[in-house]
Design a protein around this ligand. Structure first.
Ligand SMILES: Cc1cc2nc3c(=O)[nH]c(=O)nc-3n(C[C@H](O)[C@H](O)[C@H](O)COP(=O)(O)OP(=O)(O)OC[C@H]3O[C@@H](n4cnc5c(N)ncnc54)[C@H](O)[C@@H]3O)c2cc1C
Ligand code: SF4
Length: 442
């Protein structure tokens, strides 16, 4: 079990958050690519949401055609470098590798992918030739993976694209949600800056779309609009004490951590509430920041956690403890959170039920809520004709990603309710084809 001291400077921070998938050297890439069996009907391709021709790019790396490999990757996935580092490959491409069935180590597809794309990013290579811009203009709200992928594909078809982004940098949750031991901001922005330069779309930074005059402007001045706004801030749990100091939403805290690094000080005991991947990330990150004790508390059983097993293993490997079947009742404290009162739970026909008389208190210095993210209901309510499901996810046509008979299209977390970067990249690209068909008909 690894133990971490609070990082005193950026070098110590980087050591505590050492990359899970470090870059390969040329020799490592050559040797690893030699293991590929170039399967006919390769299962890894089917397991990749962007259907990258994995055997082809691995063969290109092996024969020294690294730019060709990167082009193969980017033709399918515009976030190719990022995905090589952050994809849950254990349950996607690498999990499907034929070596797994033979109890052998699967090919390191993610690292090979990043190896090829890194060379292109570092050398600022041109991979695509863009056609002249035609008469059509599309607006995109949000420069996360979905919005960026949509923009790249549209530009490749001669459509002018303007992206309106609330923050001062592109990349969405890649740079303010994903754990820093998977990708650092500089690497994430290295790829998004490259895409912005090479595909020639405009991004208006610091430009949140929040008012009806803005959506009206987009409708009047663009031929179609793509919504790639992802999810909002951490949801409220609706229990007393949530307003206290030292109670944080996981996404907000991770964003702060990625921004402030060693300057953010984690205290003694941290309780993380939740059982999904965000909870695992927040707990692992608190442990790597030198918190004395990190305890995950989940209201259901271990088997019902939404988190991948390997993410839970990673949290345990850095000393995170877990308590299952306990639900928070109240966060205790006057100004600051000092502890949480829990009650034991059982599951009856899939529903969580408290067990009377089983309350207990855990002391803590910080509470981190990883209990889901809100939907952008305010933005959606400004746009006539948009429909959402009961959970607030945007409803779209499954093939074109068009929002019910409007000039709006949408993809990524705003539609799925929260998946992975690779899914958002796939959907943004797919929506671009939906938009192209729509523009041609119009
Ligand atoms: C804590 C955490 C860890 C994660 N870890 C991983 C991981 O390890 N691997 C992985 O593959 N996936 C991970 N994910 C999921 C992944 O980050 C998302 O699925 C993906 O980023 C979704 O892309 P998106 O483009 O739909 O939305 P986002 O990435 O959320 O991007 C939306 C963009 O829209 C902007 N925006 C929002 N509202 C407005 C508005 N009104 N006007 C203008 N701009 C707006 C936002 O600022 C943002 O830039 C993680 C998610 C979280 C929360
Ligand atoms: S994009 Fe992700 S899932 Fe697809 S091949 Fe690359 S690492 Fe695997």
């Amino acid at each position: 079990m690894a133990e971490f001291n609070a990082p005193a400077n950026e070098a110590e921070f980087d050591k505590n958050f050492a990359q899970l998938k470090p870059h390969m050297t040329k020799t490592q890439a050559y040797l690893e690519s030699s293991r590929c069996l170039f399967c006919y009907d390769a299962p890894c391709i089917k397991a990749c949401p962007t259907a990258i021709d994995i055997p082809l790019f691995i063969r290109q790396i092996h024969s020294g055609n690294v730019n060709g490999a990167a082009k193969t990757i980017y033709e399918s996935n515009y976030l190719g470098n990022t995905c090589g580092k952050v994809c849950p490959t254990e349950v996607l491409c690498e999990g499907a590798c034929v070596f797994v069935e033979a109890n052998e180590k699967p090919l390191e597809i993610g690292r090979l992918q990043t190896y090829a794309t890194q060379q292109v990013l570092a050398n600022d290579k041109d991979l695509f030739t863009l056609p002249e811009t035609g008469k059509n203009k599309v607006a995109i709200i949000g420069a996360g993976p979905a919005g960026l992928a949509c923009a790249c594909e549209l530009r490749l078809h001669g459509v002018a694209v303007d992206i309106y982004e609330a923050k001062t940098k592109a990349s969405g949750l890649i740079s303010h949600g994903v754990a820093p031991y998977k990708i650092q901001n500089e690497e994430a922005w290295g790829e998004t800056d490259y895409l912005e330069r090479k595909f020639g779309f405009r991004i208006f930074y610091g430009h949140p779309v929040t008012e009806v005059t803005q959506t009206k402007y987009l409708e009047d001045n663009y031929d179609a609009v793509f919504i790639g706004t992802g999810l909002g801030k951490t949801s409220q749990m609706g229990i007393p004490g949530e307003h206290l100091q030292n109670v944080f939403g996981a996404v907000e805290l991770i964003e702060k951590l990625r921004d402030q690094k060693n300057k953010l000080h984690f205290p003694g005991n941290v309780i993380v509430l939740g059982g999904g991947n965000t909870a695992m990330d927040a707990a692992s990150e608190a442990a790597r920041m030198g918190a004395k004790e990190v305890t995950l508390v989940y209201r259901r059983s271990k088997n019902e956690m939404g988190a991948y097993e390997f993410e839970y293993d990673l949290a345990k490997s850095v000393g995170v403890k877990a308590i299952f079947n306990a639900a928070p009742v109240e966060i205790l404290g006057d100004e600051k959170a000092k502890g949480i009162k829990f009650i034991r739970t059982k599951e009856v026909q899939g529903k969580v039920e408290p067990i009377a008389g089983t309350e207990f208190v855990l002391d803590c210095d910080w509470v981190v809520k990883a209990t889901g993210q809100e939907k952008h209901r305010n933005l959606f309510s400004l746009i006539q004709g948009l429909h959402t499901d009961a959970a607030g996810k945007l409803l779209v046509d499954a093939a074109s990603y068009r929002c019910m008979a409007t000039k709006y299209f949408a993809g990524g977390d705003a539609v799925s309710g929260g998946q992975e970067v690779v899914n958002a990249a796939a959907e943004g690209k797919q929506a671009a084809f939906g938009i192209l068909t729509f523009l041609n008909k119009e």
